[in-house]
Design a binder for this molecule. Structure first.
Ligand code: AVJ
Length: 330
């Protein structure tokens, strides 16, 4: 589909339905039960996530925006204004706007590639950007990150700035995070850069409030995955029979997010022919959100074949923005 200077390619649902099914069969029969956080982001989940980003308690979005607002001109100076921006998991691209505006301070044209599983998020993000900048072209890739990697692989000769904002790395454990960065690294050439946001370790109170807000938006976000299973696989989860839980484990440096069964209950997922028994208090693990110390960020870069160009934090030092390039020895 082509509208104005937005070209939209790919189709996430057909890309992922069988993976979602396989993941549920495995995760819901495991002990303890789990559902991957990958599946939070259907259209409704993506919208609730945007609501989370505006909560008083959820500081990461504001902190990262503060850094981008202050540092985007410097970032453009460091990477050059002749790059293609490739954003992994762009969502509504509200923060990306801050960087793209900075590119247009010195550039007349820019190509922005937006990879996201939500087509409506890509379209909403592109709309505002295209209105603001005559010289902008947007390619929206509806699908998983791997679709973005495929595009990078077939456009290796272009100089790229890969954007991985929002501390999405937090959903992976430490070695998974390093492995994923190595995967990004494999699809980059020596002249490319990676700009990524990473949430920093901090006190338990701030973190638990950020992931269990008083308005119950994060609870709705978490429970939505059950509604999604009901809608897409003929499940009969009763959302009222589960509670949202977010606990910070200081030593591991992660917020662990669960759905807790409020009573003994049975659930059937018809399309998967899956029957589950849950006891009162039993947890379904849905998400981890790992936090990093400065040392852990250094280790992450070293393990994944990157070296730091520069990095910045917000005023309160809650969040870090890292500009990496492939290291010479990797
Ligand atoms: C999208 C993974 C960065 O871990 O902060 C927010 C997701 N989950 N509230 C995070 C999330 C609950 C978010 N990331």
């Amino acid at each position: 589909m082509k509208t104005g200077r937005l070209t939209l390619i790919g189709d996430a649902p057909t890309d992922t339905r069988s993976e979602f099914a396989a993941d549920l069969e495995e995760g819901l029969l495991a002990a303890p039960k789990r559902i991957s956080c990958r599946w939070f982001y259907d259209e409704r989940g993506s919208r609730i996530f945007e609501e989370i980003c505006e909560l008083d308690e959820y500081y990461p979005t504001r902190a990262e925006a503060e850094i981008l607002r202050a540092r985007s001109p410097r970032i453009v100076e460091l990477v050059g204004n002749d790059v293609i921006c490739v954003e992994l998991g762009s969502g509504h691209a509200i923060k990306t706007r801050l960087l793209i505006d900075a590119f247009f301070e010195t550039a007349a044209n820019l190509l922005y590639l937006s990879v996201d599983i939500s087509p409506s998020a890509i379209q909403a993000g592109a709309r505002g950007l295209l209105e603001a900048h005559e010289g902008l072209s947007v390619i929206g890739i509806v699908g998983e990150y791997r679709r973005g990697f495929e595009w990078m692989a077939s456009n290796a000769e272009e100089k790229k700035l890969v954007l991985w904002l929002g501390s999405s790395i937090g959903n992976l454990d430490r070695s998974g995070g390093a492995a994923f960065l190595r995967e990004i690294r494999r699809h980059m050439t020596r002249d490319d850069h990676l700009l990524m946001g990473i949430d920093l370790r901090k006190d338990k109170r701030t973190l638990e409030a950020a992931y269990d807000d008083s308005a119950g938006v994060t609870a709705r976000f978490n429970l939505n995955v059950l509604a999604r299973i009901n809608a897409e696989f003929g499940g009969n989860f009763e959302l009222d029979a589960f509670a949202h839980e977010a606990l910070y484990e200081d030593e591991a440096g992660r917020v662990v997010i669960n759905l807790v069964s409020l009573r003994d209950q049975r659930v059937r997922i018809a399309d998967l022919d899956l029957d589950l028994a849950l006891s009162e208090g039993e947890r379904i693990h849905t998400e981890d959100s790992y936090k990093y110390s400065a040392t852990e960020i250094d280790e992450l870069a070293a393990r994944s074949g990157f070296e730091r160009v520069e990095h910045w934090t917000d005023e309160r030092e809650q969040f870090a923005l890292e500009l990496f390039r492939p290291s010479v020895r990797a």
